[in-house]
Design a protein around this ligand. Structure first.
Ligand code: ZN
Length: 406
């Protein structure tokens, strides 16, 4: 496999012109390929090396989220035109030889937060080692699981019109509660924008309107779907000539929802990609957002414990068919259960963000309660996590926990 884009994990990401951290139609392609080509794309981790493999969560606490995500690309595909579908086969995903570890962060509430930030407002970090296909952490004993490696973020450049639409609707949301912590959304921010190979003057004005990479949007982007794993095929809408495919935020593994926000096992890595085009595929198939075929290869777990949650919040307040509230209850229920076996809340939270847990919207019509479920594979634990008449047996050594700020 020829390497089309290589990165240097030891040098500053803003000095590497094959990377960019905003979406803008004028970011120049770093390379052109033809339909049918296959090639390797290396990626730095999503923070561009801000997080270290150590036992202090200070880097998580002060991480500069205005810099993320550092993406490799954009890659132009000859013949791709607006309205086409870009077919991206994710042939393989792997770890870079120069960076064989990963991390999970619980972000501080005042710096990004996470799905359960009201319950876990402080910065915490877990570092992970890789044993072939398996992940294990010195901060979370008793658990090891097969990775489901995937790019958290991949998509094509937006057109000028689409970018304007994003900026308009997100600003309108932001303005409904501009003081909120964490903020309702991430608006354009030029000081730390990295516009790839754009020339200085053009880059400056483009940076002021370049969309942040935080949310998933019509083009895909930061979808954080664990099943976009090696062996899957994705069909992306094309909005600019050549498509402009960019990718990054590689995860060794992730649970549905990536609930701690920096919730997956984040790593630098590579993606082996093959591209093709379906001419005028957006109209032919009625595509607005990407669709994909999952991989024939996935971790095979058959034994699960499934936690239910309904749309009644922690204070007992009734919400109407709110799956956000319901999934939060399912997660909190799973954490309370895991604590009975000796895990700290932070450890259990990190396991739900990283292990291949399955999240589902199970019921969405039975007024007033939505029902969400979270399926935890029990085979990832080196002890029996199932309920029995004997009660839970403490199985996790005490005194070990996620790294705190020191
Ligand atoms: Zn990520």
């Amino acid at each position: 496999m020829d390497t089309l884009i290589s990165v240097d994990v030891a040098s500053a990401p803003e000095k590497q012109d094959v990377l960019h951290n905003r979406w803008h139609p004028d970011i120049p392609m770093v390379s052109w390929v033809k339909p049918g080509d296959q090639f390797r794309v290396e990626c730095v981790d999503w923070t561009g090396g801000q997080i270290k493999d150590d036992n202090n969560a200070i880097d998580i606490k002060i991480v500069d989220l205005s810099k993320v995500h550092y993406l490799s690309g954009p890659i132009g595909v000859e013949g791709a035109e607006p309205g086409d579908l870009l077919v991206v086969d994710i042939l393989d995903v792997g770890v870079l030889a120069a960076s064989q570890w990963g991390f999970t962060g619980i972000f501080a509430k005042e710096n990004g937060g996470g799905f359960l930030t009201e319950h876990y407002p402080d910065a915490r970090k877990a570092c992970w080692g890789f044993s072939g296909i398996y992940a294990n952490s010195r901060h979370i004993p008793g658990v090891e699981f097969a990775g489901i490696m995937h790019p958290g973020l991949i998509g094509c450049l937006p057109s000028k019109e689409l970018l304007a639409t994003w900026n308009k609707r997100e600003k309108a949301l932001f303005d409904t509660d501009p003081e909120r912590v964490p903020p309702l959304c991430a608006l354009p921010s030029s000081p730390t924008a990295h516009m790839g190979r754009m020339k200085a003057d053009a880059a400056k004005s483009a940076a002021a309107e370049g969309a942040r990479t935080v949310p998933p949007r019509e083009h895909g982007g930061n979808c954080d779907i664990k099943n976009l794993s090696r062996g899957s095929s994705v069909y992306f809408p094309v909005y600019v000539k050549g498509g402009g495919l960019s990718m990054g935020d590689i995860h060794f593994s992730q649970g549905d929802g990536e609930i701690t926000f920096c919730g997956a096992i984040e790593m630098a890595g590579y993606l082996d990609i093959r591209v093709n085009i379906i001419k005028e595929g957006m109209a032919k198939y009625g595509i607005k957002n990407p669709i994909f075929k999952p991989s024939p290869l996935e971790p095979r777990y058959s034994s699960y414990l499934i936690f239910e949650g309904i749309s009644v919040d922690e204070a007992g307040k009734q919400h109407y068919l709110d799956v956000h509230v319901a999934y939060r209850q399912a997660c909190l229920n799973a954490i309370e259960y895991m604590k009975k076996f000796g895990y700290t809340g932070a450890q259990a939270y990190a396991i739900l963000g990283t292990a291949p847990v399955e999240g589902r919207i199970s019921g969405i019509v039975d007024i007033p309660n939505a029902c969400a479920t979270l399926a935890l594979p029990t085979e990832i634990f080196n002890f029996d996590l199932r309920p029995s008449a004997f009660g839970p047996k403490p199985s996790v050594p005490s005194g070990i926990d996620l790294a705190v700020v020191t």
